[in-house]
Ligand binder design. Sequence first.
Ligand SMILES: Cc1ncc(COP(=O)(O)O)c(C=O)c1O
Length: 386
Amino acid sequence: MQYNFDEIISRNNSAKYDELSVNYGRDDIIPMWIADMEFRTAQPIIDAMKNKLDEGIFGYVSRPDSYFESVRKWYLKKHNWNIESKYMSHSHGVVPGMVMMIKEFTDPGDKIIIQSPVYNEFFEIIEDSGRKLVISPLKLVNGRYEMDYEDFEEKIKTGVKMFLLCNPHNPVGRVWTKEELTQIGKICLKYNVQVISDEIHCELVYGNNKYIPFASISQKFFQNSITCFAPSKTFNLAGLQSSIIVFGNKGQKDRYDHLLQINDIKRNNSFSLVATEAAYRYGEEWLNQLLAYLKGNIDFVYNYCKENIPKIKPNIPEATYLIWIDCKGLGMTAEELKDFMTNKARLALGLWYGEESKDHVRMNIACPRSVVGEALMRLKSAVDNL
Ligand SMILES: Cc1ncc(COP(=O)(O)O)c(C=O)c1O
């Protein structure tokens, strides 16, 4: 079936619109911040949810074998990783799952390392859990972000306990190669640092870039890591709040599952269960069309800025629908940039991903191309008026 990603859909009850005033002080701006999409999900997912709706019973559910099988088959086919169901657990979102892992597998005051600029929640969940944040900044090499192994190892030596990896990386859009993951994974093994790999953006990869699940690289990496992924970003199901957590260490899985049990959060909600299974069984056709559309939006932004707003330099992401935009050319402080984007360009953009991100913004382009076009015109006119 042919999907129409150009359709403008008016959304009810969406954080992206309803939280504009709180976050940006006004709500008459184009929301391109939080990472969900303006597109209707794949028809087989909607159909599966409608079937559930028609049943009319929304009692407790448990995950059937067919659910695990759908995940296993998808991952094996797409990413060459055979995840047996005995390693899979659940969380009501990747972030809540990571918070539980931080609290269960480290102690207050322990050091946790991240690679900045990175998804803002990484900073918050570490500090809010009373752990110490250690930052190893990514380096920009010929316009492409790379890991800084030397810096990473130096920082790890100071007694770091855990590493939150973002693979692929939000916001810089890198798909880490096998070599990069191997190098960083070896450092973690050497210093006995547990890896939590957030792979939520793993299906949104463009062109010849290849997503490699960190845990699939070797048995040692598998045993030293916990992998988090979900159909939420890929199929626009974030509001269903359901993610998959893969443990390479049985003892850790038991401890985590015990936490789910005692907090009574071990079950899916009934819609997330059928939606997840439908996504992994029947979602590929929609996903292929989505990726082509998103790539068109990315190229549109890149080419438009190059020709019309040369002071604004978008990065071409290898993955994710988030474009990391270098605004150094505007010569503004972080505060001025926020004010400019919000009140002059009238765009709600992602604004804070660590100290290294103060002259960048993140634009979510998972919306109809006409909306991207309007956003670019606003940006151009605001820059022209400076
Ligand atoms: C890297 C990354 N991890 C996690 C999340 C949020 O996941 P969840 O809604 O499942 O907690 C996001 C959302 O933007 C993200 O970009």
